[in-house]
Design a protein around this ligand. Structure first.
Ligand SMILES: Nc1ncnc2c1ncn2[C@@H]1O[C@H](COP(=O)(O)OP(=O)(O)OP(=O)(O)O)[C@@H](O)[C@H]1O
Ligand SMILES: [Mg+2]
Length: 360
């Protein structure tokens, strides 16, 4: 692993906005989905082919969910992006953990996955793509699921991801609109993958800093999701391209509530703060700051690096969960499974979607 792969190819040179920082900005996505209109959302939950749609396009949640019977629901999601690191094996692992994460963010467990693959076969060796697929298959297998097929196109920009089907219990789903006033907000991975991978593209991150980011991005949110289920959590999402504050804003808006976040409590990856100070800010992060301007109140004395990191476009970030009361039961379940986690704020009544950041 490192800035240069063994083959000498720098995959990130094929990537204008690395990983989830290449997601369409939230404002543009919302306009698009509004323009595409009702065709994306069936009028009723009953599906013509059978089953009941519990979560669909209307909810804008991490994945769609269809109830099969009283005890079982299918979870559907897909995610793909451009190279986030130069090492193809690591890119595959990260892309897989990221795609599987939306199933965990609904409280489900992955069952099957399909590879979504775009590759410039005349420019980049196919051996690198094989490494991407090998890394991803390992992570899918660690998740207890299997890669059962895929689709591959020739494309000047390499892209990779998965379509995933998972299983969940209909009565124990996590949804973005289920936060309650008084919930404690718990985050299960440190922030900073956007800053570190952006710095890495510019040759400014150390190999240790990159290794820290890769390790967290390749980590499954499986144990965090299990802990959430064990603690009776009802509301969760995964933190990706819209950053911590962007994803929190979406949960709050959907739940009709506001929140306070304590900047000092938010865990950061080693090196993230220094590299944010150094100005290694992705375009996706800047889009998040613009979009959230009227929804987020920041303290005047908040250091610029922290402001960037709270908006930092994450790839394969942690789960953001709403836990009843002080969140002690959830924090215990997480600690018992070895998941590093922090209570970072509180949900409260207020104008839907508004976030006040407090210094400490
Ligand atoms: N092209 C599209 N057509 C229909 N729905 C879309 C499209 N793109 C995004 N969405 C929906 O918009 C919502 C937000 O998209 P987003 O990609 O942020 O969700 P996500 O899958 O949770 O992302 P992530 O994988 O980064 O966690 C989701 O409900 C998603 O299904
Ligand atoms: Mg998600």
């Amino acid at each position: 692993m490192g800035a240069m792969t063994d083959s000498g190819w720098r995959l990130t040179e094929f990537s204008p906005g690395a990983g989830c920082a290449c997601k369409l900005p939230l404002g543009k996505l919302e306009e698009l989905l509004a323009a595409a209109g009702g065709g994306l959302a069936p009028a009723s939950g009953r599906l013509a082919a059978g089953g009941e749609l519990l979560v669909g396009a209307r909810e804008g949640d991490d994945a769609a969910v269809v109830r099969l019977d009283a005890d079982r629901a299918l979870v559907f999601t897909t995610d793909f992006f451009t190279p986030i690191v130069d090492d193809p094996y690591d890119w595959g692992r990260i892309a897989a953990a990221n795609a599987l994460s939306d199933v965990y963010a609904m409280g489900g467990a992955p069952l099957l996955a399909l590879n979504l693959t775009a590759w410039p076969s005349a420019t980049l060796p196919m051996e690198l793509l094989a490494e991407v697929l090998r890394g991803a298959a390992e992570v899918v297998s660690d998740a207890g699921a299997a890669v059962v097929g895929g689709h591959t196109i020739d494309d000047p920009g390499p892209k990779y991801g998965l379509a995933v089907v998972g299983l969940a219990e209909p009565g124990r789903l996590f949804a973005i609109d289920q936060l309650a006033a008084g919930d404690t907000l718990v985050l299960t991975k440190p922030l900073g993958t956007g800053v570190i991978t952006t710095a890495c593209k510019r040759g400014a991150a150390s190999s240790d800093q990159l290794a820290g980011a890769v390790a967290t991005m390749a980590t499954l949110n499986a144990a965090a999701s299990e802990a959430g289920r064990a603690a009776g959590v009802r509301a969760a999402t995964d933190v990706t391209g819209f950053g911590l504050l962007g994803h929190l804003h979406r949960m709050l808006r959907a739940s009709g509530l506001a929140a306070a976040v304590t900047a000092e409590q938010v865990p950061l990856l080693p090196g993230a703060r220094e590299l944010a100070d150094g100005g290694h800010i992705s375009g996706g992060t800047r889009a998040n700051i613009d979009y959230l301007q009227s929804s987020v109140t920041l303290p005047a004395q908040l250091p610029a690096a922290l402001r960037y990191l709270l908006h930092d476009a994450q790839t394969s970030g942690g789960l953001l969960l709403g836990a009843p009361g002080g969140g002690d039961a959830l924090l215990r379940e997480l600690a018992g499974r070895g998941v590093p986690a922090a209570a970072i704020g509180q949900v409260r009544a207020g104008e839907p979607g508004q976030i006040v950041v407090e210094p400490g």
